[in-house]
Write a protein that binds this ligand. Sequence first.
Ligand SMILES: C[C@@](CO)(OP(=O)(O)O)[C@H](O)COP(=O)(O)OP(=O)(O)OC[C@H]1O[C@@H](n2ccc(N)nc2=O)[C@H](O)[C@@H]1O
Ligand SMILES: Nc1ncnc2c1ncn2[C@@H]1O[C@H](COP(=O)(O)OP(=O)(O)O)[C@@H](O)[C@H]1O
Length: 291
Amino acid sequence: MNTIMLKAYAKINLGLDVLGKREDGYHEVRMIMQTIRLYDKLNMKKLNKDEIIIKTNLSYLPTNENNLVYRAIQMLKEEFNIKQGIYVELQKHIPVAAGLAGGSSDAAAALTGMNRLFQLKLTTTDLMQRAVKLGADIPYCILGGTALSEGIGEVLTPLAPMPKAYVLIAKPPINVSTKYVYENLILDERTNHPDIDGIMEAINSKDLCGVTNRLSNVLESVTIDKYPVIQEIKDTMIEFGAMNALMSGSGPTVFGIFEDLNLAKKAFYQLKIQGKAKQIYLTDIFNRKRG
Ligand SMILES: C[C@@](CO)(OP(=O)(O)O)[C@H](O)COP(=O)(O)OP(=O)(O)OC[C@H]1O[C@@H](n2ccc(N)nc2=O)[C@H](O)[C@@H]1O
Ligand SMILES: Nc1ncnc2c1ncn2[C@@H]1O[C@H](COP(=O)(O)OP(=O)(O)O)[C@@H](O)[C@H]1O
């Protein structure tokens, strides 16, 4: 069987609201998700021997069951009693533990890849139902594009495509655990909840300014409080021409939205010189076709 190649795209959260905590410890969210043109690549092929082998360009990434790709493959192997093995070459480009859902997107790609390699005939909905068992953001990563994400992240409503824009990504060299951020979030009458409905209306009317004016993430209160460098990177992006900038997910990556490519390039070089972010990418909104 030939090797199949899959792209696993990163996401940003244009809006991230948390409504409350559930009994199982997870939080009810209301988020606007958006795919960006920054991706990992997975090459997958069948093996005769019953084993899962993962090779990756990042020496510090686990290649055993601690890798979400391994867990995704294992889950479908067990359910469908697949006795053949799988070899995966994982080329990481998305910063790790960044708030960009890199691992989640790799897992989503691995589920899709297994479906194709073994002709499991699972629909997108079937894949999404299985994906949530591995992580709250993985169903969205299967869907992609612009979407409203509710529940713990698994209740998804596709939206009209977000207007085109350049996206500057900057990750400071700090590690933030998603679990820590959710656990330390305080929701009270002072919480500044994002205008998620307003973002949806702006997306529907193709009003880029209406979206960028409303960028907001309640998790910033936890992560920026602990790591003020995130606010400093946001400020630099805005000073150098971003329409607005926000922390993605639980952080620590900051994204800035630009209409003008030259301004985005200037901000990119300024961040390089400043040295507060170590991983910096200039990319754009990516609206893949659904179907
Ligand atoms: C914050 C967000 C925003 O898109 O993204 P990232 O920062 O991870 O990219 C997501 O909600 C992250 O989703 P994901 O990273 O898939 O979460 P999981 O692996 O399922 O859970 C990690 C931990 O986060 C907490 N968690 C996650 C999702 C959720 N709705 N409520 C939670 O409380 C739980 O404590 C859980 O143990
Ligand atoms: N394929 C993978 N790519 C990246 N990280 C992975 C992967 N599989 C498991 N992980 C683990 O998951 C953690 C969070 O990874 P990641 O998905 O990149 O974070 P985030 O959701 O915050 O963007 C990392 O600490 C990493 O060790």
